[in-house]
Design a protein around this ligand. Sequence first.
Ligand code: GRF
Length: 213
Amino acid sequence: MVAAGALISGAGTNLQAIIDRIAAGRLDCALRVVVCNRPRAAGLLRAAAAGIPTRVIDHRAFGTRGDFERAVVEVLREAGVELVVLAGFDRLVTRMLLEAFPQRVINIHPGLLPAFKGLHAQRDALEYGVKLAGATVHLVDEETDHGPIIVQGAVAVRPDDTEETLRDRILAVEHEIYPAAIQLFAEGRVEVRGRRVVVRGEPPGTASSLIGW
Ligand code: GRF
């Protein structure tokens, strides 16, 4: 079992996937709190509907990034969080959060890192002409979209794909691999060796060949 806190900014479909997996009894995770920096984010409603405590911490109310993050860390600590799950959180994180939760801050990115970092990974992949796209769950470090990779899932790019259709297929992969990655932490199977994350034990029989850890 792992006690997690999610940081969100938007729609919260990854949050929903995690909530659903917990409700189905397939993820040994207690979501203690959902922190959101945007008061009108739809993800807040998803958390509330699932009975998860929510906290809005609007970054615009703080003078510096550090002050904002200090407030976030305080809420996460108060809630007894062990694992910090960034799920569509649109602020860069700093050393303050990373030092409060060493090697326990994870993120999901809609691209096969290290390709296509940044905010437009799906569009960039399409424009580049890659044949495989996908998503990455990684540990967060001080560089954007850079920390050690925990799980990746790939989808084939279709000739008629638009940014939207590709985004949707990648999202479906995200919703599989993010709960799966959290479960690895719940089972204490994640070992970080420099840049490489070694997952102890066997991958589950259901893992498709397009999902790697
Ligand atoms: C996802 O594509 C995720 O990979 C990226 O932000 C998006 C969040 O979507 N980091 P949602 O809020 O989980 O629906």
